[in-house]
Design a protein around this ligand. Structure first.
Ligand code: SF4
Length: 136
């Protein structure tokens, strides 16, 4: 949106209006990313996470219909070295919520993540809501 007084363009408002259509009334309420285990990503393509999101099932059951999935990334390996950098990057796209993938939280099929507490703290400090789990 252009501010006539000083000619400044508010790109976010303009983008919101554009994506919302002519009325400019509909705006995505939540922008979600899934964070998953780097080790498990070698054997999992992520279909379960996407199916659960698309169907708004299990840990996405309370996700609004107009929410967008804007990211799907791994921690970068122990001890989650990539988390801070990629969360900050996604914040530029309006990230509101991180779902920790079920593989990060399980202790039976996969080894439990020993760095979970630090990873959660890193995300929380950036002001992003955390939801534990995706499809299990
Ligand atoms: S830090 Fe946790 S989630 Fe990341 S690779 Fe290690 S065990 Fe997996």
């Amino acid at each position: 949106m252009r501010d006539k007084a000083n000619g400044v363009v508010d790109k976010e408002s303009a983008a919101d209006k554009q994506s919302a259509g002519d009325e400019g009334l509909i705006k995505a309420q939540e922008k979600i990313a899934v964070l998953r285990c780097e080790t498990v990503s070698e054997v999992c393509a992520g279909a379960g996470c996407f199916k659960a999101f698309n169907a708004r099932r299990l840990h996405f059951a309370s996700t609004p219909k107009d929410a967008e999935l804007i990211g799907f990334f791994t921690c970068g390996g122990c001890s989650g070295r990539r988390v801070s950098r990629l969360v900050k990057s996604l914040q530029k796209s309006g990230l509101t919520t991180i779902h920790l993938s079920s593989c990060m939280l399980m202790a039976v099929e996969y080894p439990r993540c020993p760095h979970l507490a630090e990873i959660k703290e890193t995300i929380s400090k950036l002001g992003i809501k955390i939801v534990e789990g995706t499809h299990h």
